[in-house]
Design a protein around this ligand. Sequence first.
Ligand code: ADQ
Length: 466
Amino acid sequence: MGRLVIVSNRVGSSLKSNEGGLATAMLAAFDQRQVIWFGWSGKVTDEPPGPTRVQREGRLTRMLVDLEHTDYEGYYLEFANCVLWPVFHYRVNLAEYGRERWAAYNRVNEMFAERLAPALEPDDILWVHDYHLIPLGSALRRLRVDNPIGFFLHIPFPAPEVLATLPVHETLVRALFDYDLVGFQTENDLQAFRDYVQREAGGWTEDGTIHAFGTSVRAASFPISIDTRLVAARAARAMSTRQAARLRDSLSDRRLVIGVDRLDYTKGLVHRVDAVERLLESNPQYRRAIVVLQIAPPSREDVSEYQRMRAELDARIGRINGRFGDPDHLPLRYVNRSFRQDTLFGFYRASRVALVTPLRDGMNLVAKEFVASQDPDDPGVLVLSRFAGAARELKTALIVNPFDVDQIADALDRALAMPVEERRERYETMMAHLDTHDVHAWRDSFLDALQHPDGIFTAGHPMAAE
Ligand code: ADQ
């Protein structure tokens, strides 16, 4: 078996660590292969970056590259985070396009390709991840790398009209055609890609292969997932940890409602706390009967929109606690820090309801982790945004429009009042899905499709959620 070469902006720091959606999934996705994981070290330098650092840990070899300050700003902070992220999440008014940013984005992708290409062996297969690295496949092809290269987009693929607001949309989409396989989270994203190709590039689809720009690429949906059995086992154990016990003790007989998100404007946090306020306003019986715990570690603090959103959230949460709190009870607990995943799983299991209400989200692994963490005899209820990729699979969650504050408040009310039989039924349906559609199935289906070009498309895609 050839080596698997994973390329992503950030590289997981240890086989045992937990850090964000992509790293969590990739660490869970390793199998028996030798893996090379290539990407940015997270270090920013004033000088041109030194040689690629190589770290070996069992079957995993990490190859880490530093970024010079101007590249870090142009490629990462500006183009990836302030152009691609908002546009792909339908927030076109937040995108700040500039030619220098686009140039830096391409420059770093070229540099990554130049560093990676000499380390490759003929039977390696490459798997490139996410929006930071869309042009990497083209850069590698220019260096005559002809190994199979797959690309997986972790965030949504926007509707053509939205993508077309990006001045370089055509070049960006054309770059996807230098991969052998392009994977999206959901059928919806795949359809948006096809629509773009048809409308903007005069292309067409035939048996899972998309033709345009005088060439073609295979594309399919591969919904990312979690290590379901492992999460369930860890959640059951985590219930007896000190932190989970302290949280439970602090509740007395109040019910816990949990939200766990990176502090990001796509996650719908402002609408969510407004919904909590609405519920407490119209249903006074809940004022002392529930505790809403929102865990939201800060991210991208250098970006002004994130600072603005954080200030807005701080003010709203303060207002709600001022309005509905008592000397011995605050309805909303707000914690801006990270936790070990085991601790989070324990918190999920201690919760009666999870609010996962992003305005747009590629998948949302918190939704899947919450379900897998539940006690099968007394499971909690998931309130889930229809605009999270996960809603296409977790159909027995209470699905809401995250822009509709009243609807979220109603769903929360319904979840809190839901009898145990209905909770079990909904949980069992979702767990049955997650048991078969776990992160191992995700990895296998993507790598099988990459290595066997004729395999999946004629028979229909095994991971397709719809
Ligand atoms: P993210 O936007 O980071 O991921 P998500 O899918 O929810 O969103 O993944 C977050 C991960 O970080 C989860 O595994 C969660 O447990 C962990 N996490 C969150 N808050 C934490 C905290 N306070 N402490 C510790 N861990 C925490 C991107 C896309 C998603 C897509 C994933 C994977 O935006 O749509 O699902 O990639 O493809």
